[in-house]
Design a protein around this ligand. Sequence first.
Ligand code: 4NP
Length: 149
Amino acid sequence: MTKVLMVCLGNICRSPLAEGILQSKLNSKDVFVDSAGTAGYHVGNAPDPRSIAVAKKYGIDISQQQCRKFSVLDFDRFDSIFVMDKNNYRDILVKARNQQDEEKVKLLLNEIELSIDEVPDPYYGGEDGFEKVFAMIDTACKTIAQKLK
Ligand code: 4NP
């Protein structure tokens, strides 16, 4: 079974969406998808209500997810680690123990051709930010799902 981890800063806005969206495109028997944050501010919490709402609008239920912090052991547990932005990338790379760990970490938007390579943090913005983030993550996850199938 392939295991994929989605990572952002808080694990309440972007990576819970990425987890739910990729899961929705794959058979859970073949691929395990999880998410985590580089920071621990919201550990144990459900995703942000705005992420839950935009996912629900597109038929995906992420309300049961619980925030957790990234652990160095995630390098052993997962085959691929997709990060939302370059800060996440740096925060995860400093925890890598070797080249194999480093090679698992990729910017999510590098999977697709877009003029930007980071999923912007929608936390301090309005609802439309969550729509935009959903669309970007959805496009990237389509490509990832096709590669994994
Ligand atoms: P996320 O967004 O990294 O997409 O989950 C954030 C959520 C919370 C905070 C920052 C970013 N925060 O500072 O609490």
